[in-house]
Design a protein around this ligand. Structure first.
Ligand code: SF4
Length: 470
């Protein structure tokens, strides 16, 4: 039996796909790389884990679904945030022509059922074809009967369901992640994620510790604490700062990296918890704009002063941490002057990277009906200006670390002469292989930054510095 999974979107989606893949492998299924040639004999179960952050992400999902529907697979299962919000639109793709593959769209918080599906299929495979079994499991009729709305899906979106994805077997990533929070209580005017994932829920501290200890026992040197808005972590009287202190106190050596942080969560108390050397000096802030008016129109829960204050606090607790941010350009009402406020803030802060992307109008959000439309061309030009700043910032940041020694985790890299690694402060490194220091993926090493590549890479997928393993 075979399966293949394609994941779009954020770290939370990535970790959920890792868990679904692990469930299939544990049930005896063989993983096929997405797009591997298929013939009738190995008809796999295909899973697409979708994202709804931008219309581009949804368009990509629709393209993937259309292509997959024309493949000889036993079943195509579509889950994720786009499926949560648009079951019907997706279901209709299977009616575009006859004899397409059977499509199952998993909305309404049912993603965690995919953790149990492989076991069910493996147990019943002698009784019926996989397609029938998938249908039985998902308790619904094949999607070709789109006249009837799909039955309400199975699961609850409860705490337990949201955190069943934590496991200790990563097949697509060398560094581990631990999901500690899901959903969001904010309602930013442009966001559909909060609509797809619902209210904020948090894992209990003890359960987070159990999962982290498992990762440490499995030899993972680092784990990223992940969620949709981890700053909203609340459980058993613990907030995020308290959870971090507890996890560090109750484990030996595993390092912790944090996924995106909202500026409103950068309180003095929280910052104190970051002082530990086991907390990676790398912070990604969801800033979105540097213009007071645009932050207000976005209904962001903070203002420019909070961004500056939070950054000063982060720089007070770590030596020259790698600071990155998200910025949306072309939000309705973003004048040239408003954009200049954003650009100047980014330049003054000196971010080591800026993840800039154009505003994407999302149906069902408040901003969808806002006036003050900004053309794609203008929004795109503003993204380019920020990326130029980002490249300069990254190069300047890396040059400050040349000659210095850092910790790094070796990543999978085919090149027999060079290994790749990610440093504690999130620099992408290339390290010449030598016989003395084995550079196995996942290994924690110490290395000294020795040089930068000649030219700036057009995007940040290339590498930041050469390093020597010590
Ligand atoms: S903080 Fe805002 S943008 Fe982020 S998930 Fe919550 S509502 Fe969406």
């Amino acid at each position: 039996m075979f399966f293949s999974i394609y994941t779009l979107g954020c770290k939370v989606n990535q970790i959920e796909s890792e868990a679904i893949a692990a469930a299939f492998r544990d049930a005896g299924f063989t993983a096929l790389p997405w797009g591997a040639p298929l013939d009738g004999t190995n008809a796999p179960i295909l899973v697409i884990n979708t994202c709804t952050v931008t219309s581009k992400a949804e368009q990509k999902a629709r393209r993937l679904i259309r292509n997959a529907l024309r493949l000889p697979c036993a079943a195509l299962i579509v889950s994720g945030c786009y499926a949560e919000l648009d079951v019907h639109n997706i279901a209709e793709l299977a009616t575009e022509e006859p004899d397409l593959a059977p499509l199952f769209v998993l909305g309404g918080g049912g993603k965690d059922t995919l953790l149990d599906l492989p076991g069910f299929l493996a147990a019943k495979v002698k009784d019926a074809p996989l397609t029938t079994l998938v249908s039985q499991w998902l308790n619904r009729t094949l999607v070709s009967d789109t006249s009837k709305p799909p039955p309400p899906t199975l699961v609850s979106g409860t705490n337990d369901a949201a955190f069943r994805f934590n496991m200790a077997d990563f097949s697509f990533h060398s560094r581990a992640s631990l999901k500690i929070q899901d959903g969001c209580d904010h309602r930013c005017s442009y966001c559909r994620v909060c609509l797809a994932r619902g209210k904020s829920v948090s894992i209990e501290p003890q359960k987070a510790l159990t999962s982290l200890r498992l990762l440490e026992e499995k030899g993972y040197a680092e784990a990223t604490l992940t969620g949709i808005n981890i700053g909203q972590y609340r459980s058993c009287g613990f907030d995020l700062g308290a959870l971090i202190a507890y996890l560090l106190a109750e484990t030996q050596a595993i390092r912790l990296r944090l996924s995106s942080l909202e500026p409103d969560s950068l309180s003095e108390g929280f910052i104190k918890a970051l002082a530990s050397p086991r907390i990676r000096p790398h912070f990604h802030l969801s800033v979105q704009s540097g213009s007071p008016i645009i932050l207000q129109r976005m209904a962001r829960p903070y203002q420019v002063q909070a961004i500056k204050h939070g950054i000063a606090l982060l720089r007070s607790v770590k030596t020259d941490p790698f600071l990155a941010c998200d910025i949306i350009t072309g939000f309705p009402g973003e004048t040239d002057m408003a954009f200049e406020e954003t650009w100047s803030l980014c330049r003054r802060v000196g971010f080591a990277w800026i993840h800039a992307f154009p505003y994407s109008p999302r149906p069902g959000t408040m901003a969808y009906s806002f006036t003050g439309h900004v053309s794609e061309r203008t929004a795109g030009a503003r993204v380019e200006r920020l990326l130029t700043l980002a490249r300069e910032g990254r190069r300047a940041y890396t040059s400050r670390w040349l000659g210095k020694t850092v910790e790094a985790i070796v990543e999978t890299h085919e090149d027999p002469r060079m290994a790749s690694a990610v440093s504690e402060n999130y620099l992408k490194l290339r390290i010449p292989r030598n016989t003395e220091t084995p550079l196995k993926p996942g290994t924690l090493i110490h290395c000294r930054l020795s040089g930068q590549p000649e030219s700036e890479s057009k995007d940040n997928t290339n590498f930041d510095a050469l390093a020597q393993a010590l």
